[in-house]
Design a binder for this molecule. Structure first.
Ligand code: PLP
Length: 382
């Protein structure tokens, strides 16, 4: 049957059939501890009972009406996301790429309708923003772009964390700086304080420049704060979200600041499925559970524990990242460790070319980490 699915992924030869919390089971009933969460998506683990109930109840009520009509759940979710982020309005779509695309379109629309003459967005090498043509063009990794030329114009690239280069690239054509505060697909690389301070200074001096923070992977609690920009003390104009926001139900969100919330007018941008009843019900429930069960604190404490234990196990000085977004680089073959871990019932991932990465669900406990460490200890030497 595989032949009927387009071959755009090199997939493991495993069919998963059911999930339960931090565990997932394959078609042979083999159990795996999942510390990858479907690449930072299943933030509450698999089939969280309350999320299942929410989805089931909503599915009996109403699924979809289109955005031609008001959607009360969408209004509630937008309000909640604005409360926890300090942003002012939300646009709903279905994926990270689509959220970034919305941000890029808003910036272009603002510049064109206000005739600012600004059309250059400064992006980072090693970044990842998605697979649509514009988000691919904003992505600073040629391996993803190769064969899809020509790129959408208007993107300039600088070395991540290089304040000097950033300052040198600001001109009266610059309209935005776009970045991840921890580069996810690029190898779990956090922004330095100096770099973030430079962005803040640029923004103070040039109010016209948009700061667009891609929080598709970091947003919604993964770092132990709701958003990475809160941890880094940055005030963005646009924040993009997706992945874990609805615990595995597809959703994308663009949040915008007060100043830009009315730029896009009726008819200027849209998404058929964006913010439908099922997605919004799930996202509201995920946020409610994270708050009620104090899961941001769990992300911090278990994340710190995992970090320290990985440092000991791999005898490294540093494990990069924070909260439950961690990566470790070493003289080991990360792909081999990932493959061997799978054989032993543990799911971890690879980021960049050689970084072993961990994106556990927010419900993970220390004893799950201990279980994973035993497997890693075993496979590390294979
Ligand atoms: N931005 C970041 C930081 C990501 O990590 C990803 C996906 O990995 C995307 C954007 C694209 O998201 P999606 O695959 O939902 O389009």
């Amino acid at each position: 049957m595989t032949d009927y699915v387009m071959n755009t992924y090199s997939r493991f030869d495993i069919h998963f059939t059911k999930g339960d919390g931090v565990y997932i089971y394959d078609s042979n009933e083999k159990r795996y501890l999942d510390l990858l969460s479907g690449i930072a998506v299943c933030s509450l683990g698999h089939c969280h009972p309350e999320l299942v109930e929410t989805l089931y109840n909503q599915s009996k009520q109403l699924w979809h009406t289109s955005n031609l009509f008001k959607i009360e759940l969408q209004e509630r979710l937008a309000k909640k996301l604005c409360e926890i982020s300090g942003m002012s309005a939300a646009f709903f779509c279905n994926s990270g790429a689509e959220a970034n695309e919305a941000g890029l379109k808003l910036i272009r629309y603002y510049n064109n309708t206000n005739a600012t003459g600004r059309n250059e967005i400064i992006c980072m090498y090693n970044s990842f923003h998605g697979r649509t043509l514009a988000t691919l063009s904003a992505t600073g990794q040629t391996k993803y772009q190769k064969g899809f030329e020509p790129a959408v114009p208007g993107f300039k690239f600088i070395e991540y964390n290089n304040s000097y280069e950033l300052l040198n690239h600001i001109t009266n054509k610059t309209t935005a700086i776009m970045l991840e505060l921890i580069q996810g697909e690029g190898g779990i690389i956090p922004a330095t304080k100096d770099f973030v301070d430079t962005i803040k200074t640029i923004k103070e001096k040039n109010k016209e420049i948009f700061i667009i923070v891609d929080e598709v992977q970091t947003g919604g609690g993964r770092l132990g704060e709701w958003f990475a920009f809160q941890h880094f003390g940055l005030s963005p104009d646009i924040v993009t979200l997706a992945k874990g926001i609805a615990g595995g139900f597809p959703i994308g969100v663009m949040l915008v600041s007060e100043r830009y919330k009315d730029i896009l007018k009726p008819g200027t941008h849209a998404s058929t499925f964006g913010g439908n009843f099922l997605a919004c019900a799930c996202a509201l429930k995920v946020i409610e559970i994270i708050e009620r069960d104090n899961l941001l604190m769990n992300v911090k404490t278990v994340g710190e524990y995992l970090k320290n234990e990985l440092i000991k196990l791999f005898e490294k000085e540093e494990v990069r990242g924070m909260g439950l977004m961690l990566g470790i680089e070493g003289e080991f073959d990360a792909r081999k460790i990932t493959n061997e871990s799978l054989k032993n019932g543990l799911i971890v991932g690879v980021s960049g070319e050689k970084i072993l990465r961990f994106l556990p669900p927010f419900i993970v406990k220390k004893n799950n980490i201990d279980e994973a460490l035993l497997i890693l200890k075993k496979v590390r030497c294979v």
